[in-house]
Design a protein around this ligand. Structure first.
Ligand SMILES: [Zn+2]
Length: 269
């Protein structure tokens, strides 16, 4: 199979138009998924609050300052924005398969990306929503899903796994799943009339001190399992973005307008 963009991920064009090599910094991996992120052929990372806002598109259009923040963070990972595909997410369930020619673009109305090509790095933004990574390390297929309660209600994770197995001749019990930092059940309290949406996940509903909480990470894990991924192949970050809002952006805690968010990046090296 032809490899696209090989060996370009460490090259940057400087202000004089000269290609220079950017070395990846040794950085702590804040996705808090140690098994997944140690896989040698996978690059997966999340930015932090200190890296500033990564949500490029808001109500008033494209934010140039955010594009700069994004470029700086991607360079820190040893990537160029020219190797990265973004989304303009809609809290829907649309998932697109992308290839080398999609790099540098933001795919509209999409909450999940899949690729089987090396050096095509997938990206989404999250602030309380979950970044979910699905990976086949042997056949080298990767998927990154932006997953809030709306996507989970639409079973976006099950749809993502089906799209991988239908299109890439992959067996779901060989897949690895990772659920990254997001709002924990400690802080996702909802009104009682919200609960029926998730009645098929009774273990994910917690009623404590007269308040109702939903465990979105548990629902994500359930959907990975229902789609055929082995329990032992699923890793879940313990980080609640609301509890750790000094380090991560949190939509519920920050109440900022426009919304500020982290970027999650995942791709095959
Ligand atoms: Zn919390």
């Amino acid at each position: 199979m032809k490899e696209y963009g090989a060996a370009t991920n460490l090259n940057q064009i400087n202000s004089e138009g000269v290609s220079v090599q950017v070395m990846p910094l040794q950085m702590e991996n804040d996705l808090s998924l140690p098994n997944l992120t140690k896989l040698p052929n996978l690059l997966a990372a999340i930015s932090l609050r200190e890296d500033r806002n990564m949500k490029v598109y808001n109500e008033s259009g494209e934010d140039e300052e955010v594009l700069d923040n994004r470029k700086i963070f991607l360079n820190k990972l040893g990537l160029s924005e020219k190797n990265v595909v973004g989304v303009r997410s809609m809290h829907g369930d649309n998932i697109e398969i992308v290839i080398n020619k999609d790099c540098g673009n933001f795919i509209c109305d999409t909450d999940g990306l899949i690729t089987s090509q090396r050096n095509v790095y997938l990206s989404i933004t999250v602030a309380d929503c979950l970044p979910v990574i699905i990976f086949d390390p042997l056949k080298e297929v990767i998927c990154l899903v932006h997953c809030g309660w709306k996507g989970l209600e639409k079973k976006i994770i099950e749809k993502a796994v089906k799209k991988i197995t239908d299109n890439f001749n992959v067996d779901s019990n060989k897949l690895i799943g990772g659920i990254g930092p997001g709002i924990g059940r400690c802080h996702f309290d909802v009104k009682e009339d919200f609960l029926p949406r998730f009645k098929s996940y009774p273990d994910a509903i917690v009623i404590k001190d007269g308040k109702n909480y939903i465990d979105l990470k548990m629902i994500a894990k359930r959907q990975l399992e229902i789609a055929g991924i082995k329990k032992g192949n699923i890793e879940m970050s313990p980080v609640c973005t609301y509890c750790q809002s000094d380090k991560y952006f949190s939509y519920r805690k920050d109440k900022s307008s426009p919304v500020q968010a982290m970027i999650t990046v995942a791709g095959i090296k």
